[in-house]
Structure formats: structure tokens, C-alpha cells
Ligand binder design. Structure first.
Ligand code: C2O
Ligand code: CU
Ligand code: CU
Length: 491
């Protein structure tokens, strides 16, 4: 479909009687390019992050109350290098107590930014983060227990890219905003005056919050971007509170080059990627294949407007074109698809000396609800937990020996959950009792769990003490706030 046909289809879709809260853009706006803070060349002072309360127009014409980090909504794209120590100064001007967690970083528990490292309003937190890990796309977000879902949704989130010598010299598109793009995907609800809404009901706790409107880098989908001929790189974060997203291309397969913890061994071609909240993937698109292409996103369920747009655009089911790429005549990155990307050690389960099992509990029991409330989880009337225990900030659930390789097995009572572990990257051995898709066989810090066991092979190389333990939890943020989280030390 060309641009004119797209616009015609989009405006006719917008005229259909829709459920009042879904806002599509009849004329797509440009993709917002998130400003970067790049310290790869050196650091001469503290890197300031100002958490603030602000307003932002997502494209509805109205300004919504938001949080942002150095920006009105969301944070900058931070870019740093392996071997650096990052001296942050995080100032909290949101008016609420919060924390800032570095999701994906292999750093000690006392600078991890979990729920124990609260930053009071008008106070600053100045952690020094020693970066030892290889090139990877990480992110940061609020981890204030009981408020993580709401604060992250409101805008306390951003991307932290780690580069290393290999990634900086890799034969890959790397011109930020030209052939290398950052995409932060979120789902939102806007009220009838066009303001972002977040409502907690019993059902929201059960399912996690899901919106009916897709937003990219703070702009309502679809958005457009012009790109040169050749390879284009998209670095994608699912920053939804609870929504799994299925990504595909309008024309051709996706070429996946990296997952949460860094490059895959070699590029993987796939028709689609199922992406949970918290996951990151990097993909390459060859724009020589078609003069327009689009990154298609499906919400996975029928959701009013998305369903309608999906059928209009023929994306299959409920896919909508989220990012429309219009190719220019100009030639950009002309290299070929990379062959080898990184050397990954085989994930050898025999190297593990300890096995731990975690059962994610969806509640339904009075006991779980009582304990969840008693221990300060935010849950409505329900309660969730892991191995029968809701989160308790005063209880250490697991003690890990530093340097040990372990197998963590995770299952759930009910529903699909994205499980995350702090302070590490791991390899997925099985996902729901099956081999994970090829694109999820590299370094990860998220694994999908639905009833059956998922198993990961993990080693912890950094310390976390009783006062500053690491977390493991479901990354449906409402489940996390409700108690589907536990704490562990490494020593
Ligand atoms: Cu992205 Cu403990 O979180
Ligand atoms: Cu994390
Ligand atoms: Cu969950």
C-alpha cells in the first residue's frame, strides 16, 4: 500500500464508529527521535537525570499530565561504553517518592535502583554504575514498590545503550536518527478529552493494565519515518505495563540481530516476534525490498479500533502499521546482512550446581490477599505471589552464591507472564516446556511463562546484600506491585 492509499484507508477507518477511547492518527506524524545523552567519548561530570512532572501531547491535541526524565515524557537515550563507570545524579522532582532501576545492567544490588533505594521528593540519588557487560540495549524505569506500574506508565522510563569495541566497529547501520532508530512501544488509554488515563480496577490487577491505543516514542501510531536505501536498524523496547506485542513487517521477514542482553550469535530471520513487556530486540530491515514498508504491531486480542485498522490494512488479525518507512532515493548503509554477530557460549545445563523453582501465583485465595495487603503490596482486593508468598520487602527469599551457575525453573498457576531477574543476563533452556524461538536463544533477562515450566541458565557475578537485594518478578507491572515478586542476595 502506498502512502496515499494508506492515508485514505486511515481516514476512512477513523470515521467508523469507534469505541470512544481509541485514538488513531488520520495523518501519521513523524516518528519522534528521542534525544540522546552520549558519554561513550568520556565523562567529565555527573550525568544528570531530572525526574520531573510535566505535560505532553501524544497526538490527541490535548496535553496529558506526564512524568519525564530530562524530557517532558520518557527519558533520553543514554549511550555509554563497556569499561566506564557511570556517575549519575538522579534528582526527583516528580512530587512522589520513587526509585530508578537499571533494567538489564549487571551491577551490584546497592546501585540497582530497586524498591529499597527510594528517592524522596526534591532529593538526589548519586549511584556510580560500573559497566562490565558487553554491548546491549537496557532500560531504566521506576521500581517504587506499589507505584511501579503507575509511575512507569506516566513516563518514568528510558533507554540505556551499552556499546563496546566490537559494537562500535561492527558493520551495521549506526547513524542515530538516520538509519538507526530507537522505538519505545507502549499502549495507552486516552479519555474523551484526549488525556492519558490510568485506572486501576479489580480487572486491571488481574490482567494488568492494557490500553487501546498504541504509542511510539510518545506519539500515537501510526508514525512515519523516511529512510535511505539499504539496511535500517530498529532497536525496540516493549515498555507496555502488561501488553505482549507481536511484531512483523508489512513486506518481508524481520532480521533479528540482538535480544535483551546483546547480539545473537548470528542474524535470525523470522516472520514475527512475540515481545513481552520489558523485552528488547534489535532488527534490521532491508529497504531495497519495497519503496514503503511498515513495522506492524499486533495487540494479540481484538481491541476495537485496532481490530478495524487491522482488517483495513490487511495485516492479518489485529496488526496495525505502527511505523511506516518511506524509502528515499538516497543510498544509505549498503552492507549486507551480517553473518556472525557474536560468540555465544553454548548454554550447558550440566554446568549448573543449584536448581530453584518458582511458581507464580495468581491468587484467588483469601490468605494470599491478606498477606499481600499486610506486606504493603498494592492489589485491590486480590493478592499475588511466588511460591505462595506475596512480596515482602523485609524477607529475603533466596540466597545465591556469587559465581555459581544455576537453573531457575518458573511456572505459573494461570495466564502468560514475563519473568525477569535483576543483576544478570541468562540463557533460556526451555520456554513453556519447549525450545525457545531462535531469536530468544541469545542473552536474555526476560522469559515467558504460561502454565508449563520455563527454565533459564543463569550466573550471578555481582554482590547484592540483605539491605540491597536484587528482585525477581513478573514484568506485568500491576502483578509486580501486587506481590508477584521476590528478593534474593548474592554473596
Ligand atoms: Cu524492569 Cu525489576 O524490572
Ligand atoms: Cu530489572
Ligand atoms: Cu504476571
Amino acid at each position: 500500500m502506498n502512502r496515499r492509499e494508506f492515508l485514505a484507508a486511515a481516514s476512512s477507518a477513523a470515521m467508523l464508529p469507534l469505541s470512544g477511547t481509541a485514538w488513531a492518527q488520520a495523518s501519521p506524524r513523524p516518528l519522534p527521535i528521542i534525544p540522546t545523552t552520549d558519554v561513550t567519548d568520556g565523562i567529565d561530570s555527573r550525568i544528570r537525570l531530572d525526574l520531573r512532572s510535566d505535560t505532553h501531547d501524544f497526538g490527541t491535541g490535548a496535553r496529558s499530565a506526564t512524568f519525564g526524565i530530562n524530557n517532558p515524557y520518557l527519558g533520553p537515550v543514554l549511550r555509554a561504553k563497556q569499561g566506564q563507570t557511570l556517575p549519575f545524579e538522579v534528582t526527583n522532582r516528580t512530587g512522589e517518592v520513587t526509585t530508578l532501576h537499571w533494567h538489564g545492567l549487571h551491577i551490584p544490588g546497592d546501585v540497582d535502583g530497586g524498591p529499597h533505594q527510594e528517592i524522596e521528593p526534591e532529593q538526589a540519588w548519586s549511584p556510580d554504575l560500573p559497566i562490565t557487560q558487553a554491548a546491549s540495549m537496557n532500560w531504566f524505569h521506576s521500581h517504587m514498590h506499589g507505584k511501579t506500574a503507575q509511575q512507569t506508565y506516566t513516563g518514568l522510563a528510558g533507554v540505556l545503550l551499552i556499546e563496546d569495541d566490537a559494537s562500535l566497529s561492527a558493520d551495521l547501520p549506526s547513524k542515530y536518527g538516520a538509519d538507526d532508530f530507537m522505538l519505545i512501544l507502549q499502549d495507552k488509554i486516552f479519555n474523551s478529552s484526549g488525556q492519558m488515563d490510568y485506572v486501576l480496577t479489580g480487572e486491571v490487577f488481574e490482567e494488568g493494565f492494557t490500553g487501546d491505543t498504541l504509542v511510539l516514542n510518545g506519539a500515537i501510531a501510526p508514525v512515519t519515518q523516511s529512510v535511505p536505501q539499504g539496511l535500517v536498524r530498529l532497536r525496540i523496547l516493549n515498555a507496555c505495563n502488561a501488553r505482549f506485542l507481536t511484531l512483523s513487517l508489512q513486506t518481508g521477514p524481520l532480521t533479528v540481530i540482538a535480544s535483551d542482553g546483546g547480539f545473537l550469535a548470528s542474524a535470525v530471520q523470522t516472520d514475527s516476534i512475540l515481545m513481552s513487556p520489558g523485552e528488547r530486540y534489535e532488527v534490521l530491515i532491508d529497504t531495497r525490498a519495497a519503496d514503503t514498508n511498515a513495522l506492524m504491531v499486533s495487540f494479540g486480542e481484538d481491541e476495537g479500533l485496532l481490530g478495524i485498522l487491522g482488517s483495513v490494512f490487511g495485516g492479518g488479525g489485529t496488526s496495525i502499521p505502527a511505523l511506516i518507512l518511506n524509502r528515499r532515493a538516497e543510498v544509505g548503509f549498503t552492507g549486507s546482512l551480517p553473518d556472525r554477530l557474536a560468540i555465544l557460549p553454548p548454554a550447558n545445563p550440566n554446568s549448573a550446581t543449584v536448581t530453584r523453582s518458582f511458581q507464580l501465583n495468581m491468587g484467588g485465595s483469601e490468605e494470599l490477599a491478606t498477606l499481600a495487603a499486610l506486606w504493603g503490596n498494592v492489589c485491590g482486593d486480590g493478592g499475588m505471589g511466588i511460591n505462595g508468598q506475596p512480596m515482602n520487602m523485609d524477607r529475603i527469599d533466596e540466597r545465591v552464591r556469587k559465581g555459581d551457575t544455576e537453573i531457575w525453573r518458573i511456572a505459573s498457576d494461570d495466564q502468560l507472564h514475563p519473568f525477569h531477574i535483576h543483576g544478570c543476563s541468562f540463557r533460556i533452556l526451555t520456554q513453556n516446556s519447549a525450545e525457545p524461538p531462535a531469536y530468544a536463544q541469545g542473552w536474555k533477562d526476560m522469559v515467558h511463562v504460561e502454565n508449563e515450566w520455563s527454565e533459564v541458565l543463569v550466573r550471578f557475578d555481582h554482590p547484592a546484600t540483605d539491605n540491597a537485594p536484587y528482585m525477581y518478578h513478573c514484568h506485568i507491572l500491576e502483578h509486580e506491585d501486587c506481590g508477584m515478586m521476590g528478593q534474593f542476595t548474592v554473596g
